[in-house]
Write a new protein. Structure first.
Lengths: 390, 112
């Protein structure tokens, strides 16, 4: 009796100092970017609710997020070069650095100790201590005659390495950060014109960069780097004039199933299907517009695709066994991003111009509910913490 | 939110009032709002929401200074070969493009 009273009072003392009075985990939390307001919402997917709004993150157009391995902290990469560390339980900003003039995203290392950011201006990659946000390494993307390239498609892989692409130079660099202050860089040149984004497979083995400047993609096998970069889906456009691209596709995401990789065709109303065993084209699916994201549900059974302007009011669902479009949804105006719940029973969609995030059941394709969000763009759940390449 | 968009509308009206041209007179206020939104969010996906640049170059007035409006209008209408800049004719009229270019050269009122 005495002892439990004592424990109770001790507990209340302890909790008195915290923001919340009940213990909770972070596995069902996430962040939604309010791109125009420089704010993020902390959301919870079990009860589909907003827990807090955090303001003062700067220019969040094209912002993205990675998570610490304990899913306690989010690292938000802003367009204006800011790297902001958000406490998912304390509902506050706990660290922030203006690390460049213009950035495009980042990644966290396998061991969770390093956060790397890809920059457009000045072109290069910076690496920070995940705890303190202290700058550990600065890698300018120098090429040619003293020029610096915009960096895109920065992805984490195994052994505390990162891979990224140089948009202006047409190169892929693999950066080994086992000694963070002394990065070892391996450069692959002439990989193709204008790599615009990249993905890394969930086993960390394959790094694939999409090319804007020509038909095809560049594939690097990180288990066999001595083989160099290989061109895949060469000439997928068959020399036909591509359609104008009103929004660049994004490759990062679960666009891989066991057998196939699904890739948005640039300048075409198609999703390309690639056989993962030989990296040859295994088919293509005609879709409603130019795909921006082609994301496989975590189990790989469905593919959800959204589209570039002026078709961005539509989302299509593709069955990965039959490769048929099984649903065409009109969730709202300007659907910018989609995120599956960790095991994929629901999907959250951001409708930027309707100021709303919609939640759908992925089996029944029924609309379950909505959250009011101001100009939502990216949605990022904490389950990303435990996945390579996200 | 509402206040801010009202404010930006007011700013546009003021801006336009100072330099009325043939082109702007023909664009309805509702369409002007749509064009501003397009500029921020869709042009902004490459040029940055604040137009400071991204994969595409900055579109701030100091960067555009000295460039002939006709050249800029042609870039918007017909795109730029060898770069991701797409042609917007078909989605935007020549008058709308002229209005957007004039706005960019003066500086866009700071509202999302």
């Amino acid at each position: 009796m005495h002892r439990s009273l004592l424990l109770l009072s001790l507990l209340s003392l302890l909790l008195g100092g915290c923001a919340t009075t009940t213990l909770r985990g972070t596995g069902d939390l996430g962040l939604i970017i309010e791109r125009a307001d420089g704010s993020v919402l902390i959301v919870e997917s079990t009860h589909q609710q907003t827990l807090a709004r955090i303001e003062g993150l700067g220019d969040l157009s094209h912002a993205s997020v990675v998570y610490s391995r304990d899913e306690r902290y989010a690292y938000v990469f802003g367009r204006d070069g800011a790297l902001t560390k958000v406490d998912m339980l304390g509902h506050k900003i706990v660290g922030r650095v203006m690390q460049s003039g213009n950035s495009i995203g980042g990644a966290i290392s396998q061991d969770g100790r390093l956060v790397a950011v890809a920059n457009y201006e000045p072109g290069g990659v910076k690496v920070f201590d995940a705890d303190t946000l202290e700058l550990l390494a600065d890698i300018p993307a120098a090429y040619g005659d003293g020029k610096f390239s915009k960096v895109v498609g920065l992805e984490d892989t195994t052994d505390n390495r990162f891979a990224f692409s140089l948009y202006d130079a047409g190169e892929i660099w693999v950066m080994d950060l086992r000694d963070a202050r002394n990065p070892v860089i391996e450069k692959f040149r002439n990989i193709g014109r204008q790599p615009y984004d990249a993905l890394v497979s969930m086993d960390g083995r394959h790094y694939i960069a999409g090319l804007f400047g020509e038909d095809g993609l560049a594939l690097l096998d990180l288990w066999r780097p001595e083989r160099g970069v290989q061109r895949i889906l060469d000439n997928y456009g068959r020399g036909e004039q591509p359609l104008p691209v009103y929004k660049m596709p994004h490759l990062e995401g679960w666009a891989l199933s066991e057998e196939h990789a699904y890739l948005p065709a640039i300048g075409r109303h198609e999703v390309l299907i690639v056989d993962r065993h030989n990296w040859k084209e295994a088919g293509r699916v005609a879709v409603h517009g130019q795909p921006v994201f082609a994301m496989a549900r975590p189990d790989g059974r469905q593919l959800w695709v959204n589209f570039a302007h002026p078709h961005n009011d539509t989302v299509q669902v593709i069955d990965t066994v039959t490769h048929q479009v099984i649903a065409t949804l009109k969730p709202g105006k300007a659907v910018l991003h989609m995120e599956f719940t960790p095991r994929g029973e629901h999907i959250w969609l951001s409708a930027r111009d309707d100021n709303r995030v919609d939640i759908y059941d992925t089996r029944t394709l029924q609309h379950l509910g909505s959250l009011p969000v101001r100009n939502p763009s990216g949605i990022f759940f904490t389950a990303r913490a435990h996945r390579i390449g996200l | 939110m509402l206040q801010r968009s009202l404010l930006s509308l007011l700013a546009v009206v003021l801006l336009l009032g100072a330099a009325p041209s043939q082109a702007t007179a023909e664009i309805e206020p509702a369409r002007q709002r749509e064009l501003l939104h397009l500029l921020r969010h869709d042009c902004g996906s490459c040029h940055g929401m604040t137009l400071k640049g991204g994969l595409g170059p900055t579109l701030l007035p100091q960067a555009l200074a000295g460039k002939p409006a006709a050249t800029l209008e042609a870039t918007v209408l017909y795109g730029r070969a060898g770069t991701p800049m797409p042609p917007w004719h078909g989605l935007l009229t020549e008058e709308e493009v002229a209005w957007l270019v004039a706005l960019l050269m003066k500086g866009v009122p700071d509202a999302p």
